[in-house]
Design a protein around this ligand. Sequence first.
Ligand SMILES: [Zn+2]
Length: 244
Amino acid sequence: MLHCDDDDLALIALGEQADEQDRAHLASCARCRSRLDELTATVATVRSIGPDDVPVSPPAAVWAAISDELGLGSPADASETTSVAPAVDLAAERERRRPTRVRIWAAAGAAAVVGVLAGVVATAAVLSAPSTGEVVASAQLAPIDGSGLAGSATVSRDGDAKVLTVDVPDLPAQSDAYYEVWMATPDTSTMVAIGTLNPGETGRFTLPAGMDASAFPVVDVSVEHFDGDAGHSATSVARGTLGA
Ligand SMILES: [Zn+2]
């Protein structure tokens, strides 16, 4: 059986009328109908790309490079198309029909590439943006060993740094001891001393640069004595695990 030409199926997917021969063949050939379905879905996907999918235009040089690669014309022509939805570009290409059928797919491919690149650029922008104050993790701190002391902890961004904020409202003053905030691995086998928490205050600690906060999700508040021992006293009053 002689199957439909892929280029003809592409044009049908783009909305062109199938000729008599293709119509008859499509009526009886599951393989070609399935191929047409795929192409139709591709066209629908490309056409559905709207302004919302293109939050940031890629640099002009990107389109210029794509245009050069695909022989689509001068970057000057292309600069118009980068500012509109790729679907519009596809429609413009479609007007040119058969003599440039290869260009239709080149344009669709390029439009898809631009869409992906725009997404990458937007994602990179979001990841690199110092969104100060954004809370990235938080925890409720529950009483340990009947201390009756509960609180909360958050990790937030401060530019490129991360800040741990710890609040245990009813922390009683101690005459011969103080409170220390720790961050620990899930099994608490490794603990990092973060800083001193004074009763009546909200502790705000800039985490050490380079510390992977997610590897130390347990926030612990301990009672420490003025004994020169830098290790954890093993007496905790509240503890919780940071989660998104
Ligand atoms: Zn067929």
